[in-house]
Design a protein. Sequence first.
Length: 179
Amino acid sequence: MMTSASAAKDATKTTINDMPLPPAPFVSSLMQIEPQWIDYNGHLNMAYYNVMMDRAIDQMWLHLGIGPDYMKERHGSTFTAECHVRYLREIHLGDPVQVTVYLLAADEKRIHTFEELCHATEGWISATSENMTLHIDMNARKAAAFPPDIRARIQAVVDSHAALPRPEGTGRKVAMPSK
């Protein structure tokens, strides 16, 4: 099975605020499954799919300028407001994985992302996660607009990702099959 990322070309690197934008789509560093994450069924427990995808989002956020330093210096952060995970194929201890992150849309307070957890050497998709993330003013602990420089950076990445094929599974919802 081909991942959406394997069908896409990397976007030309551009900069905003003298920091290079990440490639389109963003691909995380190589990750390994930890032994304590394997459940009694002999595969990765469902909670740890989220852990791995969250680690990839943290890597992406560094490129957007909204990581730990942003929180410390500018008192802003992000909270996940909604998450929809699809478990497509079992992944096991010893399987190397990477996460592909797509920024599908953004506005003044939100970022819509789609992640694919993929077997790093074989290329198949193990799980996907579609998320809505809110920008938070950490002093008020309420949703707030991104600062203009960060908003411009996010929009530049959204624009570069818009040129990619939309990942399969985007916009799905949980429902019983129609009869």
